[in-house]
Write a new protein. Sequence first.
Length: 87
Amino acid sequence: MKGDRVEVVIDAGGSTRTYEIEATRAGRRVDVTHGRGLVEVTESTRGGTPVRTARFMAGRVLALVEHPAPGPALDDDADVRPLRQTA
């Protein structure tokens, strides 16, 4: 879904680097796979065609955070306040 994003923090030998991969258009999604020493983050279309792929060595990944796109408010959410106020 447009707005979904994955934030990857890696060890860059004495410092850290942060990468963000985001679903840039409607109908695209961000998939995360891992195995055989690699973490792969892919933005793909509705049909499953990969648009962009980022690969990281699993031993260097310090954090991987998935941020889902905010969804529309539902009627029963009227009493729920957000954790953080947005401007």
